[in-house]
Write a protein that binds this ligand. Structure first.
Ligand code: CMC
Length: 428
């Protein structure tokens, strides 16, 4: 066995350099010693999209993309999804261990007692047009919460961090449901503390004139599992945004709003909405081959397929696909499921997808279930943002405790003009 170092020979100078290898990585800063002369800045690594750059150490989520493995704090996602409640899984991700009964009861109590939003936030919501996209409302309202809790700026005050963590987890479902009710012109439904976290969300979404809303237990559990699957996914685009904003020591409300904005993009959390639109557009199984031809010729993307890290079946997609049938026993089958299953089968057998290791990701089946339980398509990404708020906060807290972290500030390769001089307007 050789040494845990990497030897680099700079062929420009013939000089040789040695960089330590730790955890399968070299430090990018070790490249800076490689110079052609003392005035040279030194070598940098160029990695658009951070395809091969580890930006942090983390103990929260483990993914083996080649094998299709996902674990929260070491526990396989399948075991968590089968056995934990949503708030139990959230506690695990946040604090690193499964809660004792006492810890759990306190956590549930604390979250349940922070679900109300300030009435001024409700009136703030009223300012949006009736057809405002709920994700836009969600992002802005979370950012606006920063103004209600100015003490949130004390990001190194542990008591404040705990309080803001609980407030955010408790209030995001309320904001989400209010955004939906606003778009429907419906009176807001306030939180009901007798219900579970997920049951209460269904109450705030769907309660009409009944005195007490009773969630269907199958739907409540289905949504709970969906949310558990979405809690964290290590250094994805929105989490990286959360860490980047947090690295400037901004408060957690604006950081979560920024992370949610990243999530809204169609290549990220916006994909679930796009999957549904795609399935509707395909319309019937006969049209699948034509659609796949468009994808293979680069004119379309197969939404809900492909992943930066998974080069195998996304384990979350497998769990969702398996329990979809339970949900449909209650809601009636979503006709789009047949199209999705057939589309998946065909794609997995096509050379284009095999060669590129493209498999269904979490978004491929989640929208079909959301739709079956009555969630409108425009709310799908908001449904992702609610549980991911837990992951964002856990990652943000981890970052604040990490002495190696600095303000996020990548380098660039400047490709523009070298120095030139101002030309007056009439001479241009
Ligand atoms: N449909 C068709 N071709 C695809 C797809 C797709 N969904 N995904 C990747 N490819 C092709 C891509 O064109 C490229 O081909 P080539 O080598 O010929 O240029 C190759 O596969 C590698 O793709 P990439 O774009 O370099 O991969 P990436 O890691 O940069 O992108 C991705 C990952 C998730 C953005 C991409 O797979 C994608 O756009 N998928 C569809 C959107 C989607 O479902 N997003 C949800 C991701 S999971 C949940 C979440 O993160 O929110």
């Amino acid at each position: 066995m050789g040494k845990d170092t990497l030897t680099i020979i700079d062929n420009r100078t013939g000089k040789s350099y040695e960089a330590p290898i730790t955890d399968g990585t070299i430090r990018a800063m070790d490249l800076r010693q490689i110079k052609v002369n003392p005035d040279d800045f030194g070598i940098m690594s160029y990695d658009p999209g951070f395809k091969n750059t580890a930006s942090t150490r983390s103990k929260i989520t483990f993914i083996d993309g080649e094998k299709g493995i996902l674990r929260y704090r070491g526990y396989p996602i399948e075991e968590i999804a089968e056995n934990a409640t949503y708030l139990e899984a959230a506690y695990l991700v946040m604090y690193g261990e499964l809660p004792t009964r006492e810890q759990y009861e306190q956590w549930v109590y604390d979250i349940t007692h922070h679900t109300l939003v300030h009435e001024n936030l409700r009136t703030f919501l009223d300012g949006f047009r009736y057809d405002a996209h709920p994700m836009g409302i969600f992002i802005s309202s979370v950012a606006a919460m920063s103004t209600f809790y100015p003490e949130a700026k004390n990001i190194f005050d542990q008591e404040s961090v705990e309080l803001q963590t609980k407030r955010l987890i408790a209030k995001v479902p309320t904001i989400a449901a209010f955004a939906y009710r606003h778009s429907q012109g419906l009176r807001y439904s306030y939180p009901d503390n007798d219900l579970s976290y997920v049951g209460n969300f269904l109450n705030m979404m769907f309660k009409m004139t009944e005195l007490k809303y009773k969630p269907n237990p199958v739907i409540e559990r289905a949504l709970e599992i969906l949310w558990i699957l979405h809690i964290d996914h290590e250094q994805n685009c929105s989490t990286t945004t959360m860490r980047a904003i947090g690295s400037a020591h901004a408060d957690p409300y604006v950081a979560v709003a920024g992370a949610a904005a990243a999530l809204s993009g169609p290549l990220h959390g916006g994909a679930n909405e796009r999957v549904l639109r795609m399935l509707k557009r395909i319309g019937s199984v006969e049209n699948i081959p034509d659609y796949l031809k468009l994808v293979e010729s680069g004119q379309e993307r197969l939404m809900g397929f492909g992943h930066r890290v998974y080069k195998n079946y996304d384990p979350r997609a497998r769990i969702i696909k398996n329990f979809a049938h339970e949900v449909f026993k209650v809601t009636g089958k979503n006709p789009l499921l047949d199209i999705a299953i057939e589309l998946e089968q065909r794609a997995l057998n096509e050379e284009y997808f095999i060669k590129r290791k493209l498999y269904p990701n979490v978004d491929f089946y989640s929208g079909i279930i959301y739709q079956a339980i009555g969630i409108p398509t425009s709310m799908f990404t908001v449904m992702f943002a609610i549980p991911r708020t837990v992951g964002w906060l856990a990652q943000w807290r981890e970052m604040l405790q990490d002495p190696e972290q600095k303000i996020a500030r990548p380098r660039q390769i400047y490709d523009g003009y070298s120095e030139r001089h101002f030309v007056p307007m009439d001479q241009r």
